[in-house]
Design a protein around this ligand. Sequence first.
Ligand code: AMP
Length: 430
Amino acid sequence: MSQKINGVKGMNDLLPGEIEVWQFVESTARTLFGRFGYGEVRTPMVEDTALFVRSVGEETDIVGKEMYTFEDKGGRSLSLRPEGTAPAARAYIEHSVSNQEPVSRWFYMGPMFRYERMKTGRYRQFYQIGAEAYGAKEPAQDAELMDVVVQFLEALGLTDVTLNINSLGDDNCRPAYHAKLVEYLNAHREELCADCQQRLERNPLRVLDCKNEKCQAVAAAGPNVLEFLCEPCRAHFTDLQRKLGVLGIKYVVNHRLVRGLDYYTRTVFEFIASHPALGTASTVGGGGRYDKMMKGLGGPDVPAVGFAMGLDRLVLLLKEGGKTFTPRPDLFIAVADEGSQDAGLALASRLRREGLKVDFDTRGGSLKSQMKRADKSGARFTLVLGEQERQSGQAKLKPMAGGEPIPVALDSVAATVRAQPEAPAAAPAS
Ligand code: AMP
């Protein structure tokens, strides 16, 4: 017997039955981002490795440990994209978009790849929806972007999510904070976990978002980045908070929020859900300002701010909500005899053309077994087609939730089904 081949660890199949939740999230995003004037951008799944090394940063976990990097047949080092901000920035620079318009608003959605340790809500191929606004350095742009996320979560019906904000300062004020932080952490080196002792050498800011309790205690008593902000950075952060107030957006200031990528300046933010289903993977999305990245990638000096949401985690939360996303069939067509099989196939085809969602068992079989399948399908109505119905052109719609059968002419089934008020779904038999 041939050996069975399984999918790659940490990379999931999405099958009908589940995919409808994903489609709901994606279509909600498209509608909502469109309302805010964000246009969709699609970049390749694979980029030059140097793009991520130079933007996300060599010392980050994402680039240092988690990238799927390989050589192509031409000897180039390529990587599966671990995130969407750097590829979008690369495209923005490559297509000289800043010469065409002063402000651009883009969104993207698609798979990202990181070789991570897996647990609930953490996979090796996962999906992100993100948005980027280029060309505006003003706090109003940061606030507008957070408003996109807030309205997106509202539209999904996810309300138990808290916005955390912080400012990391800029090249002017961050070095002083950085030096102070390193000095402080070095003094508490022995209290840190083994990972953080290494982070201290490579990327000390990351110690601040370690989940280890001891490290959190050390971080909590450490220097506060907000106390180191220079005047322009402080004014930017204060104005952002005022603007969030104008928009009625609730938030908490969290001076330990740093995020694991190197490219941020000033504003950073995260949306954190409190649902137990997510375990420690409670951050559903985050982002920040990256005013220096474009220039660092050889592009124009254009400020930018963006975010990315994890679709997998949004879907987990929605599934916990217990709502069904799979549309049930309007009608199940059953045939009473072998001779009506072709007529059933043709009727199903015509009704689908007329816009109904119709289920029809192409295998035929006894009427009893077809009625069982009709039950299981969750269809609103079943129509039994036999010789008598074909001769008379008249049939009956049986409401699957119970109630009197409704007489119907075979040439007006679609209109009759549409005219019936929606009753609660018949529970599919298990
Ligand atoms: P990041 O790009 O790390 O800031 O991640 C942004 C969002 O993407 C996170 O808040 C998560 O919701 C999601 N995310 C990041 N990594 C993973 C992963 N390995 N599996 C599932 N979702 C992820």
